[in-house]
Design a protein around this ligand. Sequence first.
Ligand SMILES: Cc1ncc(COP(=O)(O)O)c(C=O)c1O
Length: 416
Amino acid sequence: MATERALEMATDIASYRNDFPVLKTKMHGQSLVFLDSAASAQKPQAVIDAMNRVYESGYSNIHRGLYEISQNLTAEYEAVRGKVADFIGAPSEKSIVFTGNATEGINLVAQSWGKTFLEEGDEIILTEMEHHANIVPWQMLREEIGIVIKTIPFDESGVLDLKTFESLLTHNTRLVSFVHISNALGTINPARKIIEIAKDFYPEMRVLIDGSQGIVHNVVNVTELDADFYVFTGHKLYGPSGIGVLYGKEELLNEMPPFKGGGDMIEKVTFNKTTYKEAPYRFEAGTPPIVEVIGLGAAIDYVSAVGMENIAAHEAELLAYGSEKLSTIDGLILHGTAPDKAGILSFTMKGAHPSDIGTILDQCGVAVRSGHHCCMPLMERLGLDATVRASFGLYSSKDDIDQLVKGLHKVKELFS
Ligand SMILES: Cc1ncc(COP(=O)(O)O)c(C=O)c1O
């Protein structure tokens, strides 16, 4: 079934590629082969058009103006909240908070929920494969209130050790916060299973999922997962930068104090006392990223029309093809070979540093990421300082992978 869909997708891929104007540009005089979608995805014309349309023919501030364009844009902005809720299977648009990015969503939970519900000695569990966005906010909280941070290790292939996870749970554990899909290894973590283990141990346990990559590569249903919080960022989902989403269970969000104060999030302000709006509005202080929200809505319409299952099947096909092709390159070591994996290939090559590989590939028109991918503890665990990462988007093709392989042969020529 998945293969059938992948085949359909493969025949359609040329037309999808044409939706992304930047893919027609050249890099060093060669057709751009963009293999850095895990860092940020390219934008389809539909997203660019939706944002331009607002700036050209209907821009104003929202939630304030009594005039027509402000009222229309307010309605359009709020409709995106419902669209996001439907897209992730959330029961209500009231559980959708617009943030600046995934990082801000996690900081919001750490500062608002963390400072309200955690105290000195309480334990939280992360994994060794977290992005810094799901490490540093908790360390900042640790400095402020003295929580304890534990981590779930992963094995050689990049699979989390759930037995150790179970042994880390104690009567002081209050939160498990983990990455849905690793941006550095591609591992798809068994989110439902992790939540089941956590909530079987202690039903009041809270679980946050960093869905920055998870939202991009397959269908997500936060209700089926029973996640308490799910965060993601718009720019990896073919939408604009500057917009992210924090999903939180509505009753939980309403128990949490605001994260930032200012206009638009209040009910009443006096110099003696201020009262706040209900969630999600109490978390959206100041003028929000209005046009970015409209862009995110257009991105969701776009990927929904393509079909998240189709995108997943297409990327699975590319992953199989890419893994096979890279395995033929002598001296290349693939990092992250979990059986359940998304379209991310992280590797090193004997005798060539990842930044040299990235620079040579750039000269060949191939854009990849070289570095620690904001996962320094993961790199330390692998005994590396960096990898090269090629990551796919819905517009990626086997030709892109062939270009990558050609570039890697050039690296070999130069470094052997
Ligand atoms: C797994 C993961 N978490 C968090 C982030 C942070 O996303 P943002 O910088 O948009 O907040 C990223 C981005 O690379 C990521 O891949």
